[in-house]
Write a protein that binds this ligand. Structure first.
Ligand SMILES: NC(=O)C1=CN([C@@H]2O[C@H](COP(=O)(O)OP(=O)(O)OC[C@H]3O[C@@H](n4cnc5c(N)ncnc54)[C@H](O)[C@@H]3O)[C@@H](O)[C@H]2O)C=CC1
Ligand SMILES: O=C(O)[C@@H]1CCC=N1
Length: 264
């Protein structure tokens, strides 16, 4: 029986993504540092990241796995299978959560012992402030009880979307690559405003809050984005002139082509 209040979680690999998840839980007060553990190959480098968060560090992956109930595999995709194979026996009794891009349940199963409880997910960096979007592969081998614990933990720091295996890649472009696309847009908006005399800091604040607010409005109302656009574009008004200029430069098509570039 896993109790969320007592569950111990270990990050095998403590780079950008693992740190983002840990920070989210700590920031939201979901878990305290004494229940979070991390392992890495270079203890000195690892401790630089764990000490400030109050997380326990270990240079031994084996010791980490033995100390926890849930193991988050957060090494690079090319290293996941090797790590899973190496610790196949130790992972048998744990809840295994894989965050690696493109490593789906079936693939990871080949490297784990039969019957291992595991699930593949794809979080994104805003999870560090509890505002993540996490894609969860529909196919998994967690027991109902483990799945509930897993879900509660990730829903506390992100919106969880369940996705069939064949759609994990396209969904991952939205939430995984999306922060980069969105940051590019924020920067572009600020460039436009700075050109006309607004300070960078004012422009970034306005741009980021506008994106946040518009996204939140869409989530809360479920409104069609086209309707939201129409509500701002009065006939002969300023916004439609900007929309037309963006479309003239293939704004929509540019975004669609980014998907083509990634998924082809
Ligand atoms: N960065 C992102 O936005 C997202 C990343 N991911 C996935 O998260 C995983 C990690 O990505 P990042 O954190 O960005 O990479 P990263 O390079 O920052 O972190 C990987 C960490 O694993 C450590 N490591 C490597 N081999 C190890 C081993 N044998 N034992 C223990 N630690 C080891 C490295 O020292 C490094 O600290 C990847 O599989 C990636 O596909 C998933 C969603 C989004
Ligand atoms: O390096 C990348 O492109 C991955 C995919 C999404 C986030 N990081």
């Amino acid at each position: 029986m896993y109790e969320k209040e007592r569950l111990k979680i270990g990050f095998l690999g403590f780079g950008n993504m693992a740190q983002a998840i840990a920070k989210g839980w700590l920031k939201k007060g979901v878990l305290s540092g004494d229940r979070l553990f991390a392992s890495g190959r270079n203890l000195e480098k690892l401790e630089k990241n764990t000490l400030e968060l109050g997380i326990q560090a270990s240079s031994s992956n084996q010791a980490l796995i033995q100390a926890v109930d849930m193991v988050i595999l957060a090494v690079k995709p090319g290293q996941i299978k090797d790590v899973a194979l190496e610790f196949k026996e130790e992972l048998k009794e744990k809840i295994v959560v894989c965050v690696a891009v493109g490593i789906h349940w079936e693939e990871l199963s080949d490297s784990l012992a039969e019957g291992t409880q595991h699930i593949s997910i794809f979080p994104n960096t805003p999870i560090s402030i509890g505002e993540g979007a996490t894609n969860v592969e529909e196919k998994h081998s967690l027991s109902d009880e483990s799945y509930q614990v897993f879900l509660e933990l990730f829903e506390s720091i992100s919106v969880v979307t369940t996705v069939v295996t064949s759609q994990m890649a396209v969904a991952g472009v939205i939430n995984g690559c999306g922060p980069a696309f969105t940051a590019l847009f924020i920067e572009a908006v600020a460039d436009g405003a700075v050109k006309y005399g607004l300070s960078r800091s004012e422009a970034y604040q306005l741009a980021s809050q506008t994106i946040k607010g518009t996204g939140q409005l869409q989530l809360e109302t479920g409104e069609h984005p086209g309707v939201m656009k129409d509500a701002v574009t009065s006939p002969g008004g300023t916004t439609i002139k900007g929309v037309a200029a963006l479309e003239e430069n293939a704004f929509r098509s540019s975004v669609i082509q980014a998907f083509d570039a990634i998924l082809k």
